[in-house]
Design a protein. Structure first.
Lengths: 259, 100
């Protein structure tokens, strides 16, 4: 049986169906999680998809942070559950304090919708385990508020602890400067995605689910989604081993009663 | 048995601005448009937002405390923004009853 991966649906989410489709392609059984329910239904991983949750009023992601499902996601993350935020989902995780930093208005003030190139800075995380070392990844961004910001001390900490997960890179594979075209929003230190200290919550601005088939121009996003699904499966297997242990005990008891 | 509660309605504005040193592309865009208007001598433009709201509370200090909490928790992201609360005064005194 395939691994169940939750996709949160906020009012204003608009990448939930694409994300579910791409997750299914990566071998998962996608499960929609409605924003009004805090119960995540025992999924093996949760994805917060792109869109404009609650209209992105006030600040992108901030109102979503107070929804019932985010109480569930916060508890799930605290318990070691795998959580991925894509674009608006990343903004929600940052506003919720589950990931460091903030996503500011793009330096250009324009909504940017085009392909970018990113590089995974680590290959040992739940989101990058299937990505070949040093492999550049091509996928689209589509956002108005994606300029990654944190103060200098936080940025230094992130770099030291290996928590910068993705960077926008130029043709030579070097991190793109804040004014470079390859850095679509002016993110500090070209940061396109980060991961938390515990290694189970990650977010990125580019859309892996929109690069899930060569027909779409790139299937590089599948490397990330397959990583996620493999990681979730490994985690679910750990969980089911425990459940099997429980069943084994029950069977023993039944056998005992039979005798 | 009936306790009489006297409350008032207080009006506040919360002014939220990007923190000093945080990139403010909107402020920069406004600033760069000024020469086109033939205006000179205007600098350091910052663009933020203003939220106005009313709070029912027994007194102004309590009302301001509620607004301060709201500002910290929701209206302002302290990592990137700063806020200032502006009291716009009591707009009405309400007299109600509560009892068992």
């Amino acid at each position: 049986m395939s691994v169940r991966v939750g996709v949160v649906v906020f009012p204003g989410s608009n990448c939930d169906a694409d994300t579910a489709w791409a997750l299914a392609r990566a071998g998962a059984e996608p499960v929609e999680l409605w924003h009004e329910h805090a119960d995540l239904g025992g999924v093996a991983a949760v994805v917060l998809p792109g869109g404009f949750a609650y209209g992105d009023y006030l600040r992108a992601g901030v109102i979503a942070r107070f929804s019932p499902v985010m109480r569930g996601v916060a508890a799930y993350a605290a318990d070691g559950g795998l959580v991925l935020g894509i674009c608006n989902g990343f903004q929600v995780l940052a506003e919720a304090g589950l990931l460091p930093g903030a996503l500011l208005r793009n330096r250009s003030l324009r909504f940017v919708c085009r392909d970018v190139t990113i590089r995974a800075e680590r290959a040992d995380t739940f989101l990058t385990r299937a990505v070949p070392e040093r492999r550049a990844l091509r996928m689209p961004v589509a956002h108005g508020e994606g300029c990654y910001y944190a103060d200098k001390a936080t940025l230094d900490d992130l770099e030291r602890d290996g928590r910068v997960l993705f960077r926008y890179v130029d043709a030579a594979g070097s991190p793109a400067g804040v004014e470079d075209r390859e850095n679509p929003n002016g993110s500090l230190r070209a940061i396109a995605g980060v991961i938390n200290a515990a290694g189970n919550v990650a977010g990125l601005m580019p859309h892996p689910e929109r690069a899930a088939d060569a027909l779409l121009g790139s299937d590089d996003g599948m490397l990330l989604l397959r990583s996620l699904v493999e990681s979730a499966a490994a985690r679910a297997q750990g969980g089911s081993a425990t459940r099997e242990g429980g069943r084994a005990r029950t069977l023993t008891m039944t056998a005992g009663t039979g005798q | 048995m009936n306790a009489e509660i006297i409350a008032a309605r207080f009006r506040f504005a919360v002014n939220v601005l990007p923190k000093d040193g945080i990139l403010d592309p909107q402020g920069r865009a406004v600033e760069q448009s000024l020469p086109h208007l033939g205006l000179a001598g205007i600098e350091q433009v910052r663009v933020g937002r203003r939220i106005e709201l009313s709070v029912d509370a027994p007194d102004a200090a309590t009302a301001r405390g509620v607004v301060d909490e709201l500002a910290r928790e929701l209206l302002c992201n302290p990592m990137i923004e700063q806020y200032a609360i502006e009291a716009l005064g009591a707009i009405s005194a309400a007299r109600g009853e509560a009892g068992g």
